[in-house]
Ligand binder design. Sequence first.
Ligand SMILES: Nc1ncnc2c1ncn2[C@@H]1O[C@H](COP(=O)(O)OP(=O)(O)OP(=O)(O)O)[C@@H](O)[C@H]1O
Ligand code: SF4
Ligand SMILES: [Mg+2]
Length: 320
Amino acid sequence: MTLLEIKNLHLQFNSDEGLALVLDGINLKVQKGETLGLVGESGCGKSVTGMSILQLVPTPPGEITQGEIIFDGENLLGKSTKEMREIRGRKIAMIFQDPMVSLNPVYTIGNQIAEAIDLHQPKGISSTWEGVVDSLASVQIADPASRAHNYPHQFSGGMCQRGMIAMMLSCRPSLLIADEPTTALDVTVQAQVLKVMADLQKELGMAVILITHNIGVVAETCDRVAVMYAGNIVETADVETLFENPQHPYTRGLLGSIPRADRDMNELTIIEGSVPNLTKPPQGCRFHPRCKEAMDICRQTKPTDLDLGDGHIVACHLYG
Ligand SMILES: Nc1ncnc2c1ncn2[C@@H]1O[C@H](COP(=O)(O)OP(=O)(O)OP(=O)(O)O)[C@@H](O)[C@H]1O
Ligand code: SF4
Ligand SMILES: [Mg+2]
């Protein structure tokens, strides 16, 4: 069942250089309970996609000019500030790359989780403080009852990230947007945090949009993957299909550029060129200046989404 559907979303930013067309008509579906990976080069629009869902894009300079974001049957873009505040946390939560953005240095971790719990009053907890201690325990914070009295500066980076996850999950959202939740963490803590998220996801039946640069993490944790390039979603497929049978030239380049134990370093491919300036995006397919397979039509006409079957969707003139 579809929990979230983004339809033809356009987002622009007004900057000194002019209007940057940062999301150029993206379409995306998230099913109940699934983990969808969102990948792509830096600046392609992953974070602003997540922030658009929660209406957290600063406006101005940002402006959503077209599109719909349907969550649980309702268009979030038609909601008032007050209605969105109710939805944030209670139904949809977001974990930011830097936990310090969301943790307040002057309150204890426990008080901040308590505030989230009181605000959203999730079912199934006997008291707020018990909920705080339980949620810290669920993200593997040792001695949670006393650690709850610590301030963020008394936690390590990894513990703050887990504290943030505890805060978000204590509200039992049906959708979690996790924006690079583990990049700031060392590998062992990274694995722990991902495991905690996966366990809670199973328990709560929660859907996750996992934004990450780490293709290894995608392979291990995601059901489906959406690949973004310069404000477009260029390919979406289930995780096995995407890794075994990538179709879009950008996806093939992206996967070909990742070192793997079973591959000779000389076999690595490089995507020549750089990400376009979005105030002057290339006409037609935004990837055409870097695409070895570009044809005349690619320089003029933007490719539309084509379903190759089983939900494998690609936007490229090589197909259809
Ligand atoms: N507040 C803002 N004002 C102006 N432009 C912005 C703002 N936030 C994002 N952008 C622009 O929107 C585009 C997409 O940014 P976004 O942060 O979504 O990229 P990303 O894919 O998350 O990159 P990264 O992998 O580096 O986190 C970029 O070109 C960025 O410069
Ligand atoms: S539409 Fe054309 S330029 Fe774009 S990825 Fe496909 S072949 Fe390359
Ligand atoms: Mg980002």
